[in-house]
Design a protein around this ligand. Structure first.
Ligand code: UTP
Length: 234
């Protein structure tokens, strides 16, 4: 069975508690788990930003704000586990060793953030390396990686395919247009480059896009891989 790590942006899973998409994701993830082993890394979304904002207003430093963000990612991860029921390992993995241990049960493994000064994108890239994943998917609120921020620049072009080095160049800004929307953090970019694990960035606002990519091999986003072959094919 293929091993797939999915970075599920908080902005798509829990934009806010009231407008969460957890039940829509639960049914899609259960279907996907029938044909491959999946690991989910859940982001913080709007609630993380609210906590971080209040902490900053109270004078907290950035590391403290990050710790609060991590707690919220784990709360969101706990909600997803609650929704997945028996299909998921019942505890949020708090480090990569735990994630590997929990995976031995063959259940869906769910985790949130790990350490300050990074995002859950970095966690998902390290997790993919740690479990020897065949594919890393970043389900986010944009439908791929663009040459510039598509919300600000009408001329922004979507990259259908990038090499890991081209991705790193975009992230570090050496080939970036002003105002480009960076969908991954630098740690994630570096780990993707060194591991060589293919990455797919897709629009997670529709959970079905995950099913289409993983089960049907239909790619609607940006593929980042060293080889020109399609990593979605069996
Ligand atoms: P996210 O990675 O979810 O960031 O973690 P985000 O920008 O909110 O992403 P989306 O849109 O929800 O997907 C939320 C915050 O938690 C802290 C950071 O402050 C981050 O901005 N965090 C998260 C860490 O410090 N370390 C981690 O490993 C993960």
């Amino acid at each position: 069975m293929k091993k797939i790590v999915i970075s599920l942006g908080g902005s798509v899973l829990v934009p806010s508690l009231e407008s969460n998409n957890i039940s829509r994701y639960v049914s899609v993830l259960k279907n996907i788990a029938e044909s491959c082993r999946i690991f989910i890394v859940v982001g913080g979304g709007g609630e993380a930003r609210r906590y971080i904002g209040v902490a900053r207003d109270l004078g907290a430093g950035e590391a403290t704000a990050d710790e609060l963000g991590i707690m919220v990612t784990r709360l969101n991860a706990s909600l997803l586990i609650a929704g997945l029921g028996d299909a998921a390992y019942p505890r949020v993995a708090e480090n990569y060793t735990e994630a590997r241990e929990f995976a031995q049960t063959k259940k869906i493994v769910v985790m949130g953030g790990i350490t300050p000064a990074q995002t859950t994108d970095a966690v998902s890239a390290v997790l993919a390396e740690s479990v020897g994943a065949d594919l890393l998917i970043n389900a986010t609120s944009v439908n791929g990686i663009y040459s510039a921020d598509p919300k600000k620049d009408a001329g922004a072009v979507k990259h259908e395919r990038l090499t890991p080095q081209e991705l790193l160049d975009i992230i570090t800004g050496s080939r970036m247009n002003a105002g480009a929307n960076i969908v991954l953090d630098i740690v994630a970019g570096k780990v993707i480059e060194r591991s060589g694990i293919p990455l797919l960035v897709l629009d997670g606002r529709d959970p079905e896009n995950l099913y289409r990519a993983i089960v049907e091999g239909a790619c609607t986003g940006t593929i980042v891989s060293k080889e020109s072959s399609n990593p979605l094919l069996p």
